[in-house]
Design a protein. Structure first.
Length: 365
């Protein structure tokens, strides 16, 4: 079934481009044959049976040849992996709530010297959390880093072209170029670094950055003001690890809770704390029911009552790196990313209205 989905547009630029070239080649072949039959029909009777056979042959050859091209270039019928290449950015406007990620598609393409090789494609994808539909998608590249959401838009840095820009979170279009942004903050002109770890978005109002002059700055988007203070170094360095963590909790807090839970819930295997609720009295953990399980259980645990309040199951992550899974709280939902899918889990009940598949850019209910 997944193989035939490769014959449908998915919103991934590289995938769709390959597909449209195949469709174009088949259409060109059909038009060429049709033209030749029209020319012949002026001197010979039109043979409907031969035309039907020729058309069927073109479609069959096109399908077989196209399937081979999709197999080679789009990973059709192969184990294609989808990973998160950024933390989730949340946006809301006029009642519409979006979860936005830069995603990476990894397509295996053989081996070299005994090492598996692959090609990667990148796309920024926005999911509507109410409908489960794809709100927008935008082509991306490996050297683009999504820093975070601000009042100006989603700060994105292109490390190769050495430029930054802001993406409108509701449309996916460029909201501000670097030149337009610097007109608001002229003091930063010719002083911007293009290394992603030199930036930290603390909130939609505050951006901390380490500039080329070796000084630390804070940009206040509400006041449209830039201030310099050596103390910002601590904010940038301390919060860098939190900003790169795939969890809704800082790594140190998650580690402490995990150690505490090991004694309270020893039967839950390979526990990972995703979020704390009610001032830490309840926590959501990801865990396995059995070793090497293909499903990942999400459980809301009561630390006071020492009982499991609910359990839901999602796909188990392929690994435990930051690109394999992630979690962020969005209102009454916990958005869990795992195995190339987004699972919006209701914190009160553990239920899910849909599962979003990033490879096909479609929701499954």
């Amino acid at each position: 079934m997944d193989f035939f989905r490769n014959w449908q547009p998915t919103g991934w630029f590289g995938q769709d481009l390959t597909l449209y070239i195949i469709y174009g080649a088949i259409a060109f072949a059909i038009l060429g044959v049709a033209y030749s039959w029209v020319k012949r029909s002026s001197s010979k009777p039109f043979a409907l049976k031969k035309a039907a056979v020729a058309l069927a042959a073109i479609i069959a050859v096109g399908f077989l040849g196209g399937s081979f091209v999709l197999f080679v270039f789009n990973g059709a019928g192969r184990s294609v992996r989808i990973e998160a290449d950024s933390k989730t950015v949340l946006a809301e406007q006029d009642g519409q709530r979006l979860a936005i990620n830069k995603m990476r598609m990894i397509i295996p393409n053989g081996q070299s010297n005994g090492i598996s090789t692959s090609t990667s494609r990148f796309e920024m994808i926005a999911v509507d959390l109410e409908t489960g539909r794809n709100a927008w998608h935008r082509r991306s590249v490996w050297h683009e880093s999504v820093i975070g959401g601000t009042k100006e838009g989603i700060l994105t840095i292109n490390t190769k072209k050495k430029t930054l820009f802001f993406v409108d979170p509701m449309t996916g279009k460029t909201a501000l170029t670097e030149a337009e942004w610097l007109k608001r903050y002229p003091g930063l002109e010719d002083n911007l670094s293009y290394a992603a770890n030199d930036y930290y978005v603390a909130s939609e109002d505050e951006l901390y950055l380490y500039a080329l002059d070796g000084k630390y700055y804070k940009v206040d988007f509400s006041l449209q003001k830039v201030t310099e203070n050596p103390a910002y170094k601590d904010t940038l360095s301390n919060d860098f690890f939190a900003s790169t963590s795939p969890l809704a909790l800082p790594n140190d807090e998650a580690w402490e809770l995990t150690q505490r839970l090991d004694g309270m819930y020893p039967d839950l295997l390979e526990k990972t704390v995703l979020v704390a609720e009610n001032d830490g009295r309840n926590v959501v953990v990801g865990h396995l029911e059995k070793r090497n399980d293909k499903k990942w259980s999400l459980s809301l645990l009561s630390l006071e009552e020492q009982k499991v309040l609910w359990t839901a199951q999602v796909d188990a992550p392929k690994g435990m790196a930051g690109t394999d899974y992630g979690a962020v709280k969005a209102g009454n939902n916990l958005l869990v990313y795992s195995n190339g899918k987004l699972f919006p889990v209701q914190l009160e009940t553990g239920s899910m209205n849909f599962t979003y598949q990033y490879r096909w850019n479609k929701a499954v209910r």
